[in-house]
Design a protein around this ligand. Structure first.
Ligand code: ZN
Length: 441
């Protein structure tokens, strides 16, 4: 077993893991209240907290910078935002829940009638007690989001409104961290960091990516063939900015996953890359099959998270999206009900485990060549036949025969795993034993 297989096996499964789980809970609680957005302090604070466990690089790209077909917008900062009813009671307050303020609200201060105010209110009659999450990144307006129940109780009169925000030149902030491996072929893990107090959409992906980075970093470069690049960037524009600034090195990305929605009670879901049959698309399926985890598979569609950018035709990177319930398909999605009660640290660790198993498959996937391809080599003489008693001995024998038979230099371990039905871990072990016995190179 290589180190990475072991790492994947223990994730979420032993004593030390209980401590990790508590740490994750603590991290979720700290990050949940921060007002993340496309730009601004919330993203910086989030990344600074992650820096406590990892030396993440925080990058600042100035407002006005051209990035592909886009431009980095002014930075948004919030001091306060509230509405007072005609009797002077604060009825909606950003301090109480950051979802109350329409994301990227322009500043406003004044007294308005209920009719006028109503044009600036957002609520969802289908979920009357939840605050919806809304933004207005590219059209300048102010607004508040509130429970529909509350909105219906508002009576005519004068409402005092304060939106103390600024939209001024600043920067777009993103975080990047690389665990170097023995080659510069990269595995990209990307998660969006632009959502405020939403636990599953956004925060679960941020935390799972940080946990993966932490574990691979601790494992050490000598145990990794690929380099692992982690990106915490605002959705859409963050990925576009990173692609624009890294055009010359984008080709190094050999496999990639967009991490989001990884803490809810739903089963796993994988959306294939645009390429559809890329190694990453097959690796996720094999990792799930080998660990008997159900993953619903869906073909690529050009909407969703930042796979849209990585899989745009000019880049066409092999990047899929491994989530639990996909965006928009759970009732709490983009509402205040997507809170910490929707995610559990055990489910986050199970997600970490499936990611690690996928990485282990990618690491193991090589093409070998049988050095004694004429007839079956004598395994007994080389200590490979029936010497591997104990549990799984039969499977290991089969793995040796499959690897010897298929390794003509054109088929990789993933090909053999798909054809034989044997696990990649067992085939990897067999291949290593055969290399040691000088039957394989
Ligand atoms: Zn979202």
């Amino acid at each position: 077993m290589t180190q990475l297989w072991n790492l994947a096996e223990v994730a979420g499964r032993d004593r030390a893991e209980e401590a990790r789980q508590r740490e994750l809970d603590h991290l979720l609680e700290r990050l949940y209240p921060m007002c993340r957005s496309l730009t601004g302090e919330g993203v910086r604070e989030t990344l600074r907290v992650l820096q406590e466990k990892l030396p993440i690089e925080i990058k600042e790209v100035p407002s006005g910078t051209s990035v592909l077909d886009w431009e980095v917008p002014p930075e948004w900062r919030v001091r306060e935002a509230w509405i007072k009813d005609p009797s002077g009671n604060v009825i909606v307050d950003f301090c109480e829940h950051n979802l109350h303020l329409l994301g990227y609200s322009a500043p406003f201060s004044g007294t308005v009638s209920l009719t006028e105010l109503d044009d600036h209110l957002y609520s969802d009659p289908a979920r009357p007690s939840d605050i919806p999450y809304r933004t207005s990144y590219y059209a300048e307006r102010w607004g508040f989001c509130l429970a529909h129940d509350l909105r219906e109780r508002l009576t005519p009169g004068d409402y005092e409104v304060r939106v103390d925000t600024t939209l001024e030149p600043g920067a777009l902030t993103y975080g990047e961290f690389v665990v170097p491996g023995q080659t510069d072929r990269e595995v990209l893990v990307s998660s969006h960091v632009c959502h405020p107090s939403l636990a599953n959409d956004n925060l679960s992906g941020i935390v799972v990516a940080a946990e993966l980075a932490h574990r691979l970093h601790a494992l050490g470069s000598e145990h990794l063939r690929h380099s692992y690049r982690f990106l915490w960037a605002p959705g859409t524009l963050g990925a576009i900015t990173w692609l624009a600034l890294n055009r010359e090195r984008v080709g190094r990305i050999t496999h990639g996953l967009v991490a989001a929605n990884l803490g809810d009670p739903g089963g796993f879901h994988y959306k294939r890359s645009r390429q559809g049959e890329a190694a990453i698309d097959r690796a996720v399926v094999l990792a799930a099959r080998d660990s008997e985890v159900d993953v619903e598979i869906e073909d690529f569609v050009p909407f969703g998270y930042d796979e849209r950018q990585y899989c745009s035709p000019g880049f066409d990177l092999p990047v899929g999206s491994l989530t639990r319930t996909p965006w928009g398909r759970y009732p709490e999605y983009h509402t205040s009900a997507d809170d910490l009660s929707l995610v559990s640290s055990q489910r986050l660790l199970d997600s970490v485990q499936l990611y690690l198993r996928t990485f282990a498959v990618l690491e193991a996937d090589r093409q070998y060549r049988n050095l004694e391809p004429h007839g079956e080599p004598q395994l007994g003489r080389r200590g490979l036949y029936r010497t591997l008693g104990g549990e799984g001995a039969k499977e290991r024998e089969l793995a040796i025969l499959w690897v010897l038979n298929q390794s003509d230099g054109t088929r990789s371990l993933m090909d053999i795993a798909e054809r034989s039905g044997l696990s990649v871990a067992v085939l990897d072990e067999a291949a290593r034993a055969l290399v040691k016995a000088r039957l394989l190179e």
